[in-house]
Design a protein around this ligand. Structure first.
Ligand SMILES: Nc1ccn([C@@H]2O[C@H](COP(=O)(O)OP(=O)(O)OP(=O)(O)O)[C@@H](O)[C@H]2O)c(=O)n1
Length: 398
């Protein structure tokens, strides 16, 4: 891990900052992952240099919220966030500090971090700086806040959900005092933006110890403060596959509601329109599958991934369902004569010429009839055959 591009780029940035007379270290999740011998997602650096000073040292930088002290430094094509040592001022809304104060000591910076395992720092030559026994907690698999838990959760209520997510991701347990503080502060989850809550849920769903996360979600009372009626006790979360797929988890959550409504779910959790559409399709396909085997029209209507996930999801939701083997679904889908109307070899222009008529609602209807006929193999997808077929059909209607 010492040799990865990211760590080497980070090392160069730290060395450059030190050469210019500043302090600089690796911080946060990257150090936690390094100590656990895991690959880090992102590498963050903390420094005593102010953002304006960081910008004068490096050629390629991007401002990432200078008021919060973060500059993105690009070293050897690797982007790394460099943040000035800081401590937060008053938290008037439980979400974000109303002001950020830059400080000169690393200790002041680390003291305001969420958990001991995330408050580790590391020098350019990979010496760990551990002021709050983070390594001991990492070793024992304990999630514990830095200092007074209630203070940490009042600073940012999302940290409570982060604790739960980390139990799922790392398989760790939550220290008693930290868990008790979450119970006391659980109401404050209401102050956290739904987008941040959804992002944490998705990270938890992708974790390998989902059952642990779900148990803590209930135990900590946080589940009651999630939007809607969150079915944390449902044992079937663990059957969704491992690591879980977030689309399947959102659809599952939707289907567990009394009246599944994907639009409502997407708006409550402020999901993107793209995800909302996918969830809607998956919920519909699963509901269809609960009633019958997929027909040719179903296979045509839904994407392959939606069909496959719907088959899996319906098996989880209903034990005695007549199963359709996944390979059969894929094979039948791929064997359809067309996968979309765009694959018809003729265009609307051709049809207007055949009938010598300007476009209008009749044109769409005619194209749909040809699409349906090709799909159901009443006619082959060939221009002459299609013309012959549609002309015959139209004549016989007159
Ligand atoms: N609400 C938060 C969020 C983050 N942090 C601190 O900022 C670091 C970086 O945060 P982030 O990148 O969001 O999380 P990671 O711990 O790196 O974990 P992940 O990338 O898996 O979210 C954390 O390690 C922690 O020290 C914090 O104190 N409070």
């Amino acid at each position: 891990m010492f040799t990865t591009e990211q760590w080497q780029a980070g090392k160069k940035i730290i060395e450059a900052l030190i050469q210019h007379g500043y302090e600089a270290v690796f911080v946060g999740g990257a150090v936690r992952d390094f100590v656990r011998h895991k690959v880090a997602n992102d590498i963050d650096i903390a420094t005593s240099a102010l953002p304006s000073e960081v910008k004068t040292i490096f050629n390629r930088t991007v401002d990432l919220g200078l008021a919060h002290g973060t500059v993105l430094v690009i070293e050897n094509h690797v982007p790394i966030e460099v943040t000035t040592f800081r401590t937060e001022g008053e938290y008037t809304d439980h979400r974000r500090p109303s002001d950020v104060k830059f400080v000169h000591s690393l200790e002041e910076d680390l003291k305001r971090r969420d958990f001991t395992m995330n408050a580790l720092a590391m020098t350019a030559d990979f010496q760990v700086v551990d002021l709050f026994d983070g390594q001991r907690d990492l070793h024992n698999g304990i999630i514990r806040t830095v200092g007074e838990p209630i203070e940490r959760f009042k600073e940012d209520a999302l940290r409570m959900l982060r604790a739960i997510r980390f139990t799922g991701q790392l398989g760790f347990s939550i220290d008693n005092a930290t868990l008790e503080a979450i119970k006391l502060c659980a109401n404050d989850l209401a102050y956290v933006s739904v987008e941040r809550v959804s992002a944490e849920l998705e990270k938890m769903w992708l974790s390998s110890n989902l059952d642990k996360g779900m148990t803590y979600l209930g135990q900590s009372h946080l589940a009651m403060h999630l939007p809607g009626d969150f079915p944390f006790e449902d044992a079937r979360w663990n059957q969704l596959g491992n690591p879980q797929n977030v689309l399947v988890c959102w659809a599952f959550l939707c289907l567990l509601q009394e009246k599944p409504n994907s639009s409502e779910l997407a708006s409550v959790f402020k999901l993107s329109n793209e995800l909302k559409l996918q969830i809607t399709h998956l919920v519909q396909a699963t509901q269809i599958r609960d009633e019958r085997l997929f027909t040719i029209d179903d296979l045509y209507r839904f994407e392959e991934n939606i069909l496959v996930q719907a088959e899996r999801l319906s098996r989880v939701l209903c034990n005695d369902i007549e199963q359709m083997p996944i390979e059969v679904i894929v094979q039948q889908k791929q064997a359809l004569p067309i996968q979309s109307i765009r694959e018809l070899v003729i265009s609307g222009q051709d049809v207007m010429e055949w009938f010598n008529k300007p476009g209008g609602p009749w044109l769409k209807e005619t194209l749909c009839r040809m699409e349906h006929a090709v799909l159901h193999q009443k006619v082959v997808n060939n221009a002459t055959k299609l013309k012959e077929w549609i002309m015959n059909e139209s004549n016989s209607e007159i």
